[in-house]
Structures are given as C-alpha cells and as structure tokens.
Design a protein. Structure first.
Length: 320
C-alpha cells in the first residue's frame, strides 16, 4: 500500500515551491518600477537593523540609515508610521564597475532603500528600485547587466534578512513621466586647471541646500574609493556624491505612497573625467517619484515640484 500521508506531504511541498516560483517569475517579469518586500512584523522587531547588517555582510556599503519618525513628529507633530527608515547603500565592487562604465550612474551610488510600517499595521515593507527602472532613468535601451547583478545581490540579501517576506512588483504601469528623469548640468573648465572651479561649485551648491530646506544626509568622496585610497588610477579627476532629502517632501508623499521612499534621499553627482573640459552635475528628478510610485496626490505633487525647481535653481546659480 502506498504511504498516502507522505505522498500528500510531498505534493503539498511541491505545490508550495511551484507557487513561490511562479510568484517570483511574475514579480521579475512585471512592468513596474518598484519591488516591494512585505514581512510580518507585529512585534515591531528591529528588522531595519537586521537589513543593514545583512547588506554589509553581502558587500554593500551603508552610506546612511536615517530614522524619519522622530523628525516627522518634531516638525509636523505626528507620524503616520511606527517605523520609517531611509537607507542609502551601494555595492562596493559592482558600483565601481558601473560608474567606470556609465559615469552618470553615480546617481545610484548610493541608491535608496525605503523601510516603513504604518501605525497599526502588522507588516513591514521594504521598497527598492528595479534594475529595469534604474536603466530607464539612465536613458538606457536595455537593462544594464551590472545593474541587474546589483539587483540580484540586493534581492538575495533582503531575503536573508526577511526570510518570510512576500515579494511583489508595486505597479504594472508606471504613469507617463511629466519631465526629464534626470536633471543634468555642466560647467566648462580648463582641463588642466579645474580645482578652483570645483571648489567654488561645491561651496555655492552646499550653501544653497539649507535655505531651500534640503538636508544632506551623506557626502561621499567616491573617487577616493575608486583610487583605492589614492593607490591606483581612476578615470576621474574627482567624483563626489551627495545624498539630499527634504523632510516636507518625504512626509507629504509618504502619506499616500510610502513606497516612493526608494527615491529618497536622491543622490546628486558632481564629477570630472580626466581630460574633459566639463564638470558634470546631476540628480534624478522628481518626475520619477510621480511616474514610478504613482504619486497623484496634489499636495504631494506640489511639494515635489517645488523641490525640483529649488534644486534646479541651486545648480543653475552654481553654473552661471
């Protein structure tokens, strides 16, 4: 006689595995720009710290881990969230290859990881950009294989930190973008005499942040990493990245679309390639938030557009 109990168990396990595989394939093939991990967290455990530790163990550098509920309550006297973290990270080895291949890809060095759990909710969520979305933002016709490899490592690391998580693509149809996905500016310089111009640009830009309500959560002198602490050559004379956020923007957008936290803080790049007569500056525009995260709330859009114009004005003033 066959062992029906064992047979039933085997079929159940196989069905579960097939179901997981199908959901994973569906998630990977969906057209949306944001990947959402959702995991049970009724006891409000320290998952954010576990995620940070796991990412570091898997080759990622944590640029900043900004806890937002405190600032929300301080400035706005309340928070819709029990947990809200903005994590900025980059993969040390692969990001180097990426930026050397596509200099403007530094807008994802670091990239954002949103971690949030609303008041009264029993699940915690983690939001990240897909490699497909990052490639689109960079203006690439196909998914860059380095971005795909970074994404693969990010997914694996987050699954280790949250083994019970469900993984889904947030939206099948990003909204049409209302403007350019990346805002880029250039300043002409003498290829052999650029230091003073760089220093002046940095001073004007950094002085412009605070009056406009921007906060710099992190600054990375990325060329120092590319040169292995100035022991090898780099294709850049300098390469700096700034992680910039505006509390009013994050607070208002999060009320309706907290998954947009994958875009916050945004990374501004400032670099010069060796031999070039131009210093390049740029940042991913707020049109990404509205398109990829389906931000349609009028108040949230108003704050986003104000931030876009303010940031553009800072860079315009620096380059004029």
């Amino acid at each position: 006689m066959p062992n029906f109990k064992k047979l039933f168990y085997s079929i159940s396990v196989l069905a579960a595995l097939l179901g997981f595989a199908q959901s994973s394939v569906a998630a990977d093939n969906a057209a949306g720009d944001l990947r959402i991990f959702s995991t049970p967290n009724s006891d409000k455990s320290a998952i954010a710290a576990r995620i940070e530790k796991q990412l570091e163990a898997d080759g990622f550098v944590i640029s900043a881990n900004s806890e937002m509920t405190g600032p929300f309550k301080l400035q706005f006297k309340q928070s819709d969230f029990e947990i809200f973290h903005l994590l900025t990270v980059f993969h040390e080895e692969l990001s180097e290859k990426l930026v050397k291949k596509i200099p403007s890809a530094g807008i994802f060095v670091p990239m954002g990881v949103g971690i949030y759990q609303a008041n009264g909710e029993k699940e915690l969520h983690v939001s990240t950009l897909t490699a497909k979305a990052q490639s689109k933002i960079l203006g690439l016709k196909e998914v860059d294989p380095i971005l795909a490899e970074i994404e693969k490592k990010m997914i694996a690391s987050l699954k280790k930190a949250m083994p019970d998580a469900k993984v889904l693509i947030d939206s099948d149809n990003p909204l049409p973008a209302e403007g350019s996905l990346v805002s880029m500016y250039k300043a002409e310089v003498d290829p052999d005499d650029w230091e003073d111009t760089r220093d002046e640009l940095m001073m004007v830009i950094e002085d412009g942040f605070k009056p406009m309500g921007f906060v710099m959560s992190n600054f990375t002198e990325y060329n120092y990493l590319l040169t292995k602490e100035e022991t090898v050559e780099s294709p850049f004379d300098f390469y700096n990245t700034y992680s910039i956020c505006k509390l009013k923007v994050i607070y208002n957008v999060a009320k309706s679309r907290p998954q947009a936290a994958a875009f916050a803080p945004c990374t501004m790049i400032l670099y010069k390639e060796k031999g070039s007569d131009k210093i390049v500056m740029g940042f991913p525009s707020v049109y990404n938030w509205m398109s990829s995260a389906h931000v349609i709330d009028e108040n949230a859009k108003k704050e986003l557009m104000k931030a876009q114009k303010d940031f553009e004005n800072i860079l315009k003033n620096a380059t004029e």
